[in-house]
Design a protein around this ligand. Structure first.
Ligand SMILES: [Zn+2]
Length: 212
């Protein structure tokens, strides 16, 4: 029994922002869960572990029923406007502004934090570059605008406004510049050091609109 509790405490305390004490509270809460709720939880977790990621932007998808995520498969979105975010929750924060009609690329961390943020232990930079080079969405020529790079693609670097985000922006610039894409960044205005996912919708929306 103790081994089980120790193992689960370790698992939960690996969750973001969860310490050992909170982790053990979770376990004792779970132990007392009514049968109906625990059965549902087990079923939900089993479903959760069937989730894979979109082969284009890496947002979670159900592999059995979906080939691409809801954003990549949405034909009304501008596929030449790619917003690079650190993690899934940042994508959702941008979606919540309801102002953005492009697509995304989930990097999986910053260059200072990637080792714990992606299952493969690396940022998805190669995937981003390949995505741009192979231009998986060749049918959007009509969306090409003059202010965009030669190949009509704009990359919005929407990383956290702190040292880790800045360092990652610089790192990405180096790889993106030779591809002749237009590179923009969220306007300053987001509180420095604030996680994108906690930014309020108006501020985030403005930072996105006045990107440069
Ligand atoms: Zn996708």
């Amino acid at each position: 029994m103790n081994n089980l509790i120790e193992r689960l405490t370790k698992t939960f305390s690996n969750f973001p922002n969860i310490g050992k004490r909170t982790a053990s509270r979770f376990i004792f809460y779970l132990i007392k869960l009514p049968r109906e709720q625990s059965t549902q939880l087990i079923a939900d977790l089993t479903e959760l572990f069937k989730i894979d990621s979109c082969p284009i932007c890496f947002f979670p998808i159900f592999k059995n029923t979906e080939k691409l995520c809801e954003f990549c498969s949405d034909n009304s979105r501008n596929k030449n406007l790619i917003c690079v975010v650190e993690k899934e929750n940042d994508l959702l924060a941008i979606e919540n502004t309801r102002r953005y009609r492009g697509v995304y690329h989930i990097l999986g961390g910053t260059i200072l934090s990637f080792s714990q943020d992606t299952e493969r232990g690396g940022l998805r930079i190669k995937e981003l570059l390949e995505r741009i080079k192979s231009s998986r969405f060749p049918d959007v020529g009509h969306l090409k605008e003059k202010h965009l790079g030669e190949n009509g693609i704009e990359i919005i670097l929407a990383l956290r406004p702190d040292t880790a985000g800045d360092a990652t922006n610089l790192y990405l610039d180096k790889y993106l510049k030779p591809l002749d894409v237009k590179i923009t960044r969220l306007a300053r205005g987001l509180p420095t050091g604030a996680d994108l996912e906690y930014a309020d919708e108006t501020t985030l929306s403005e930072a996105l609109n006045s990107r440069k």
